[in-house]
Write a protein that binds this ligand. Sequence first.
Ligand SMILES: *[C@@H]1O[C@H](CO)[C@@H](O)[C@H](O)[C@H]1NC(C)=O
Ligand SMILES: *[C@@H]1O[C@H](CO)[C@@H](O)[C@H](O)[C@H]1NC(C)=O
Ligand SMILES: *[C@@H]1O[C@H](CO)[C@@H](O)[C@H](O)[C@H]1NC(C)=O
Ligand SMILES: *[C@@H]1O[C@H](CO)[C@@H](O)[C@H](O)[C@H]1NC(C)=O
Length: 354
Amino acid sequence: MASFRFQIYILAVCAGLVIQSSCNGHSGLQKKHVALFIFGDSLYDPGNNNYINTTKDFQANWLPYGETFFRYPTGRFSDGRLIPDFIAEYAKLPIIPAYLQPGLKDYTYGVNFASGGAGALVESHQGFVIDLKTQRSQFKKVEKQLRQKLGEAEAYTLLSKAVYLISIGSNDYSIPLATNTSHDEYVGWVIGNLTSWIKDVYKKGGRKFGFSSLAPLASVPSMRVIQPGNTGPSGEEVTALVKLHNRLLSKVLTKLKKELQGFKYSKLNLYTYAKERINHPSKYGFKEGKAACCGSGPYGGIYTCGGKRGVTEYELCGNVTEYVFFDSVHPTERVYEQVSKLWWGQNLKELFEV
Ligand SMILES: *[C@@H]1O[C@H](CO)[C@@H](O)[C@H](O)[C@H]1NC(C)=O
Ligand SMILES: *[C@@H]1O[C@H](CO)[C@@H](O)[C@H](O)[C@H]1NC(C)=O
Ligand SMILES: *[C@@H]1O[C@H](CO)[C@@H](O)[C@H](O)[C@H]1NC(C)=O
Ligand SMILES: *[C@@H]1O[C@H](CO)[C@@H](O)[C@H](O)[C@H]1NC(C)=O
């Protein structure tokens, strides 16, 4: 009985301290960390697509992917770490694992649902990726499990202190747009579906978000070469869509900040950061801004890195740290590190200070 009372006492003291987020007691109450939940596409996918039935176009689990940091392929679409890996490091969290990683049970530091090729619209690469809608239902399962494990109050505390990162939209604009839809209407759907994701997470307690503008997609190596059989929008059209998307995203976020009490966000200006590095590589320590390190054809723009996507021959550069692009579509770890640092210092850090 005495020990029971003692435990209650510890819990009470701890619960008081949790408000100032300094409780590190042994009571089982939440430790002083901010969990990180990640959604989106290949920019953030740590290997979820390794575990789904898809094609090699939507996977990257072979060398030289992963060679720089992990020394083995993880499924990340780069030579090394991605933005969420750097953010987790800066926030003193472990690397946040892929939701589909077999055996994963502990979500107290967060989890990553992102899937290469996914868009905000279900139609984008439908059947080959984990679309945003499915990522949302996976998050609901995690939320339910947290409530069962930690209890309602503590689970809510964890979810409301957590930071939610998302990278979405690029894949919606690299496929043929729905027929007879105007740009305004189509971009409206993409932002509309992103908005309903925000409101969904907000309903579960989420308050702190990290968004990203879309990169200048027409400047990736694969867009610099004519892809046989490509029926997607032209470079000019992609640029118009990206600019429209980025403008509308800013507008909607400003509006949501007024509508949703306690909603906080930080936005990575990926468009500008990527464009600067592509156009002026040497200013940022790179030698090559336009061509991919790994791929084939002009600019390494044919998506063959690693030789597993139907074509076995590909070229690999000698020194990946000199390149802005690792494969025909995705940046190198070095770019991700630079932009993560900039984002963290800009104001993302503040979201992790409870
Ligand atoms: C995987 O997808 C292919 C092509 O869509 C299909 O033929 C196959 O049956 C699927 N396999 C499983 C295990 O679902
Ligand atoms: C698209 O619009 C054109 C002109 O308004 C019309 O002739 C055509 O049938 C429409 N196509 C579809 C698939 O709705
Ligand atoms: C979400 O996307 C679908 C197309 O996949 C579209 O029909 C729907 O209107 C969008 N939702 C919102 C809220 O914009
Ligand atoms: C690779 O390139 C970087 C940046 O230019 C340079 O600092 C490094 O020494 C190079 N490494 C090798 C092995 O050449």
